[in-house]
Design a protein around this ligand. Structure first.
Ligand code: SDX
Length: 432
C-alpha cells in the first residue's frame, strides 16, 4: 500500500491536470476523464462504480437523495397513476408519449409479435421440470437469435427496432411458458384480444379445459408493477446489456446477459429473496432476532428489499407499491395477510433503528412487489421473471440509445494490477 501512495505522491503532487467538468440537464456534475490515461498515463479507480458515470443518457433520471424517478422527464408517480404499460414502453423507446394513433399502432405491432416460433416449444421440454424459470428465460431468450436471422444487422436501425419490438412482445410468452413447464401444464398461446398484462395472466393461468378471465384488479396491479420496474438508468443489469451490446453482440444475446445479471439477489432477485426472508422470519416475535442478524457484520444475512445504491431515502416505487399492496390484499387475498403484516412491522422497526437510519437503508422496490405477486397466485420463483419482463423495455431502450450513438465504442475497463511482479518460468522438477 505504501508503494501505491508513493506513486500518487510523486506524480500528481508536482503536476496540475486540467480536466473538463460536464454539466448535465439535471443531477451531479461529472469530471470528464476520457483522455486522462492517454494524456497523463493515470487511471481512475472506482470498483462498484460508486462515483462513475458510464455514459450520457436521456432515458431515465434518478435523484437518490430526494427519492425522484422520472422516465423521459415524466415523474413516476404520474405515470403510475395515469399510464398504461405499453404507453410507458413507447415513451421509453421513442422519448415522447404516444398520441392515440401511435399507441394503437404500437399496441398492434407488439400484440402481433407475441407468438413464438413453434420450434421453440421443444426448447422448454429440454429443461428439468424444476428448472428455475430464470434459468429457462436466460436460455430461451439467448436462443432467439437462432430464429430471427432477418433482423440481426445491428447497424440497420429498422432491424434494431424490429428486434426491440420482438423482445418486448415475446418476454411474457416465454415467461408464461417457463411457468407452465414448471407446473407440467401445456403452454397457452397468446390471445390477441387481450391487453399486454391481461395476456400474460391468461398465458400463465388459463388451461385448455376452461375459459380464463383475468381479474381486472390483478391486471391493474401487473400494469402498475411493470411501469414501476420498466427502467432505472444504469443499474447492474442495464449496464450488463450496454457492455454486451458495446461488443456489437446481437440484441437477444445482450438481453439474455441482462436477465442473468438481474437474477442476482442483490439486484432483481431480491423480490424472491424478500418473500423467502419473510417466510424464514415467520412471525412478529422473530423480527428483533433478524434485525440483529442484519446488523451483525459476521452474519451474511441482509434485510432483503432494504437499501439501495442510489436511493438514500425512500425508493419512490416502494411507496407506490405499499398502497397497491393494501388494495390487492383487501380485494384479492385474505386481508390479514401475515406476510404483509410482517413486512409493515419489519419496516417500522428497522426505520427506528440507528443502524438503518445512519446508513440510509430504506425499503426499495423489491420489498413489496413480491407480496403483491403472491396475492396474485404468482409463485416466488416467478417474481424475478416478472421483473425481467417489465425491464426488457428499459434494457432495449438503453441498447438502442447506445447503438445509435455514432461515437459508440467497445466498453473495456482497465484494472489496478496487484499480482506478482514479472518472474521466469520454473521447470517442474525444479519446483519445491
Ligand atoms: C434493485 O441499481 C438499481 O437501480 C437496482 C434496482 C433497479 O430498479 O434496477 O433498483 C433494483 O436491485 C433494488 C435493490 C435490491 N436488493 C436488495 O434489496 C438486496 C439487499 N440490499 C443490499 O444488498 C444493498 O443495499 C444493495 C446491494 C442494494 C446496495 O448495496 P451498496 O450500495 O453496495 O451498499 P453497501 O453494500 O456498501 O452497504 C452500505 C452499508 C454496509 O454497511 P457498512 O459496511 O457501512 O457497515 O449498509 C449495509 C452494508 O452492510 N447494508 C445492509 C443492507 N444493505 C446495505 N445491511 C443490512 N441489510 C441490508 N439490506
Amino acid at each position: 500500500m505504501t508503494e501505491k501512495h508513493y506513486l500518487i505522491q510523486e506524480d500528481t503532487a508536482q503536476k496540475k491536470i486540467d480536466l473538463e467538468v460536464m454539466k448535465p440537464v439535471q443531477g451531479p456534475l461529472a469530471v470528464d476523464v476520457t483522455k486522462l490515461y492517454r494524456d497523463q498515463g493515470i487511471l481512475t479507480y472506482d470498483p462498484g462504480f460508486m462515483s462513475t458515470a458510464s455514459c450520457e443518457s436521456s432515458i431515465t433520471y434518478i435523484d437518490g437523495e430526494a427519492g425522484v424517478l422520472e422516465y423521459r422527464g415524466y415523474p413516476i408517480e404520474q405515470l403510475a397513476k395515469q399510464a398504461d404499460y405499453l404507453e410507458v414502453a413507447y415513451l421509453l423507446l421513442y422519448g415522447e408519449l404516444p398520441n392515440r394513433s401511435q399507441l394503437l399502432e404500437f399496441d398492434h405491432i407488439i400484440t402481433h409479435h407475441t407468438m413464438l416460433n413453434e420450434n421453440l416449444k421443444d426448447f422448454f421440454g429440454g429443461f428439468h421440470y424444476d428448472a428455475h424459470p430464470m434459468a429457462i428465460m436466460v436460455g430461451v431468450v439467448g436462443s432467439l437469435s437462432a430464429f430471427y436471422h432477418d433482423s440481426l444487422d445491428i447497424n440497420n436501425p429498422r432491424h434494431r427496432e424490429i428486434s426491440a419490438h420482438r423482445l418486448i412482445a415475446k418476454m411474457p410468452t416465454i415467461a408464461a411458458a417457463s411457468y407452465k413447464h414448471n407446473i407440467s401444464e401445456p403452454i397457452v398461446y397468446p390471445d390477441n384480444d387481450l391487453s399486454y398484462c391481461a395476456n400474460l395472466l391468461q398465458m400463465m393461468f388459463a388451461t385448455p379445459c376452461e375459459q380464463y378471465q383475468p381479474n381486472p384488479l390483478a391486471v391493474e396491479a401487473i400494469n402498475l408493477l411493470f411501469i414501476l420496474h420498466a427502467d432505472h438508468e444504469q443499474n447492474a443489469s442495464t449496464s450488463t446489456v450496454r457492455l454486451a451490446g458495446s461488443s456489437q453482440a446481437n440484441p437477444f444475446a445482450c438481453i439474455a446477459a441482462g436477465i442473468a445479471s438481474l437474477w442476482g439477489p442483490a439486484h432483481g432477485g431480491a423480490n424472491e429473496a424478500v418473500l423467502n426472508m419473510l417466510t424464514e422470519i415467520g412471525d412478529l416475535s422473530n423480527i428483533d432476532k433478524y434485525i440483529a442478524k442484519a446488523k451483525d457484520k459476521k452474519d451474511p444475512f441482509r434485510l432483503m428489499g432494504f437499501g439501495h445504491r442510489v436511493y438514500k431515502y425512500y425508493d419512490p416505487r416502494a411507496n407506490i407499491l405499499r398502497e397497491m399492496c393494501t388494495k390487492v390484499l383487501n380485494e384479492l387475498a385474505d386481508s390479514n395477510n401475515p406476510m404483509f403484516e410482517l413486512a409493515l412491522k419489519l419496516e417500522e422497526i428497522a426505520l427506528k433503528d440507528e443502524y438503518f437510519l445512519q446508513r440510509k437503508l430504506y425499503p426499495n422496490v423489491d420489498f413489496y412487489s413480491g407480496i403483491i405477486y403472491r396475492a396474485l397466485n404468482i409463485p416466488n420463483n416467478m417474481f424475478t421473471v416478472m421483473f425481467a419482463i417489465a425491464r426488457t423495455v428499459g434494457w432495449v431502450s438503453h441498447w438502442l440509445e447506445m447503438m445509435s450513438d455514432p461515437l459508440q465504442r467497445i466498453g473495456r475497463p482497465r484494472q489496478i494490477y496487484m499480482g506478482s511482479p514479472r518472474r521466469d518460468f520454473v521447470p517442474l522438477d525444479e519446483r519445491s
